[in-house]
Design a protein around this ligand. Structure first.
Ligand SMILES: Cc1cc2nc3c(=O)[nH]c(=O)nc-3n(C[C@H](O)[C@H](O)[C@H](O)COP(=O)(O)O)c2cc1C
Length: 114
């Protein structure tokens, strides 16, 4: 287990260019996002939203906005990660389930929301 973790950490690299003209399928994107939802978030606010950009015109705009990084043009898809600055407003709804399941007392729920 530890060796698996160490090898993942040490072998990963940021990709800086891609083979042009290769499409990423909807199925592959769905596989990625079915795993992304397990990512932890501060106060479990789940404030990250993901926008997948594959449309060439939109990608060109992202390319310009990202200081013309070649990888954006050559990638199959650009995934913009957006942080919802108002996610805290959803705290009651997110935590309500834990209250109903008995993980939180009413007092703990109120304190968490506050
Ligand atoms: C939050 C974040 C933003 C990054 N943004 C860019 C980026 O815009 N362009 C880029 O080429 N690399 C970007 N990187 C990758 C870093 O430059 C890269 O991690 C660093 O050079 C070390 O290389 P490695 O990831 O292959 O070990 C980003 C990394 C992080 C964590």
């Amino acid at each position: 287990m530890l060796n698996d973790f160490e090898s993942v950490v040490k072998s990963r690299r940021s990709a800086s260019k891609f083979t042009q003209g290769i499409d990423i399928s909807q199925k592959e994107l769905e596989q990625i996002f079915s795993l992304v939802k397990f990512a932890p978030s501060a106060y479990n606010l789940q404030h990250a939203n993901y926008v997948v950009v594959t449309d060439p015109l939109m990608k060109q705009k992202v390319y310009e906005a990202a200081y013309k990084q070649y990888k954006i043009q050559s990638s199959s898809a650009v995934i913009a990660v957006l942080g919802d600055l108002e996610a805290y407003k959803d705290s009651a709804r997110i935590n309500e389930g834990l209250f109903h399941l008995g993980f939180f007392s009413k007092q703990e729920l109120d304190s968490e929301v506050e």
